[in-house]
Design a protein around this ligand. Structure first.
Ligand code: GLP
Length: 246
């Protein structure tokens, strides 16, 4: 694992955007694995700016998102499809028919999970996967578990994740209880992974992810086994790493 301290939130986001930019200049047809949550918003802002400045071209790019809430349509402003449209896709020269998010309204969720894994396989896999991290170490919506989930699957969100994500909804009761998420195996198959975290609240879990035991209790810890992971943090999220090194 390579760890980069971008100092500020903006610095962290710029480091991530630069990696994506160089990936796309080498391979314009790249498949980008994208994440939602507040953390990557600044990366998307930086990519939009690069696109406006003609430094990066999305016309041949395909994207696959990590996850989606079950029961929300893409028009719902809390859905991850809506998030991606408003935070990135609506502002860059991407062909929206090549942007994929799991369908949270599928009548057969298990079938949707299989379809999503097949789609990623048919695309030739993910070239760069962006990840945020939940306070409990979840990546995508792979919650702490007794084992590492493999492919795309339906997840029951933990009480702590529902509570953490309630800030985006009017009331906590509106937060969906289940989601469709790429599995750990799906994520680990990405050729390159960027894990992002900012803020003091993420400091301990980032330390555990990078230096703790590899355990499904901390799903992100499995990233220690991936050959090309870059962890990019700000000063606050880097605090526990610094304390334990000095
Ligand atoms: C959600 C998403 C994750 C994301 C996490 C952290 O649960 N499914 O992909 O990493 O939130 O969110 P935030 O970046 O807002 O802290």
């Amino acid at each position: 694992m390579k760890i980069i301290n971008g100092s500020t939130y903006e610095g962290m986001c710029l480091e991530a955007a630069k990696i994506i930019k160089s990936q796309m200049s080498v391979k314009p047809t790249s498949v980008l694995g994208l994440a939602t949550g507040s953390t990557p918003i600044g990366v998307y802002k930086a990519l939009i700016e690069m696109n406006n400045n003609k430094e990066i071209d999305f016309s041949k790019t395909t994207t696959v998102n990590l996850d989606e809430y079950v029961g929300l349509s893409g028009e719902n402003d809390q859905s991850y499809r809506y998030f991606m449209n408003t935070n990135l896709f609506d502002h860059v020269n991407i062909d929206k028919t090549k942007t994929f998010v799991p369908n949270g309204l599928a009548s057969d969720i298990d079938g949707e999970c299989k379809r999503y894994d097949k789609l990623i396989e048919d695309l030739g896999g993910v070239d760069v996967q962006i990840l945020g991290i939940g306070l409990n170490g979840h990546i995508g919506f792979n919650e702490p578990n007794a084992y590492f989930d493999k492919g795309t699957h339906q997840v029951s969100l933990t009480a702590s994740t529902i509570e953490a994500n309630a800030r985006f909804f009017e009331t906590i009761d509106e937060v969906p209880k289940t989601a469709v998420s790429m599995g750990i195996k799906t994520i680990m198959c990405a050729k390159k992974i960027i894990l992002l975290a900012n803020g003091t609240a993420k400091s301990e879990i980032i330390y555990e992810t990078c230096f703790g035991n590899i355990t499904p209790n901390v799903p992100a810890s499995v990233l220690q086994l991936h050959p090309d992971v870059t962890v990019i943090v700000d000063n606050d999220a880097c605090a526990a790493i610094k304390n334990n090194i000095n």
